[in-house]
Design a protein around this ligand. Sequence first.
Ligand SMILES: [Mg+2]
Length: 136
Amino acid sequence: MPLNVLIVDDSSVMRAMIIKTIRMSGLDLGDVYQAGNGKEGLDAARENWVDLVVADINMPIMNGEEMIDQMKADPELSALPTIVISTEGSATRIQRLEKKGVTFIHKPFTPEIIRDAIQDLTGITGIGDSDESGAF
Ligand SMILES: [Mg+2]
């Protein structure tokens, strides 16, 4: 079953790179939604059926941590699997995010790291064998 993903990052280049990396990981990608800050991300998560959120931390208007706090306070979004991809170096902040159930990935990242995080979070198996599943 394809996974609908929401990418929240203020850099359109980074959003494109994350989407490309997820595709390379072999994940069966469904609809891809994009948002440029936490507020737009919340709106997109509320307006669309999303299975996974991949978010940046440092963004204008509303940062990733504020967005995650608001998601956790919203019964409709509180259980939504969330990955944070950031250059964040503060161990305190990373631990705080992990306590909220978020998986933290440091930039730079590889398709394998993203794939493993998605598998752990969603319980989806068989990611990464797209060559096999595409063969007869
Ligand atoms: Mg940023």
